[in-house]
Design a protein around this ligand. Sequence first.
Ligand SMILES: [Zn+2]
Ligand SMILES: [Zn+2]
Length: 382
Amino acid sequence: MTPATDRCAICSSSAWGGTLAFTAEVRGAGGGWNPVSITDEFGLCAEDYDRLVEYADAITASEQGTAVLGLPLRPTPFALGPDHCDCCQAELPDQASTMELVPAAQAYRRGSRTHRVGTLRWLRVCRLCLGWWQSAVRNPGGILGYSRSTAEGSSGGWLNPGHAGAAVHALRHRDTAMVAATMEADGASFRSIGRGAALTPSEVAFVAAGKRDRATAFVRAANPAERHRIAVVALSDQLEDAMAALKLGAGELLASPLSPQQIVGAAVRLAGQRRMKDPATGLPILGAAAPEFGRSCISYAVEARDPAQWLDPMLLMEFALVARRFLRGYDEVGSDGNGSLQLNVFADVMYRTRIAEVLGAALGRGAVLKAGPVRKSSSAVA
Ligand SMILES: [Zn+2]
Ligand SMILES: [Zn+2]
């Protein structure tokens, strides 16, 4: 199989560099992985090919100093083996994907012993990291943090400078550093706390979910009147704990790795009123679309493609985590109150279809994304 066109999927250049292919896999009875199908294959120019190879190398070497936003860095600079994502090291369920970067010279000489193995990269990734790699191709402005992404309109603006201080608990090192730097930049307080009971009314909390009940225990120990000020920060293998914490009263779900904009968006929302909860997932029920920040609000609904999974709360949580990772920090991820996920995206209406395409690619084929109501801002041009 070869890419559909001979132009770079990112910049349309025809200076050929190589291909990026994604393959879906399922775990076999013996525990090994079996490929199912190539789900996507992109042609890349030499420049974009080399850039994606650099990302892969930064991720697997755990290069904390990289400037790319939200790069799913490995916490440790070594691989944990086939049962863990090669990027974020989350434990893999029975499905995974591999991503393979094959340089043009390699593709040409495949099977030969003289090929350049140096620039071939191969990673097995979880659903969340698959979405990150997908968006690295389809929406590169988003991950590079350009102030204006051609895919989604203005995406880098700092819309909410004023917010409460933050307390963090058990976050990964890089996420802790990101919260600390964001609070410092905005002149807000920052501290690390050991228990939910230590949370004060002037703070919002960013708490890491765990394999067992780390976030749940934190929320349980917090004053019930303060619990809606807690954001649960999760990886794709920590959604059970995250969901239990949300049901106990935590205010929202965030995806690790955090970006400054995700932190600010959450800090602003969490400092507001307690919201109604979807009983199945604990996600906040979002109201009808309403313009904010002088921007129109576009709503989308997300549900499982397979009707047998429509009310599966864990699948909705997976979709919520992926959506949270790919929407901008001030966009909202929650429930519609009727069993579907609702996304409220603040953007120009002219980007409605393009946002749906980017989100749909990140969510994957198991999800159906439906465009819902749009409420136009009176100051919007579109
Ligand atoms: Zn290119
Ligand atoms: Zn991952």
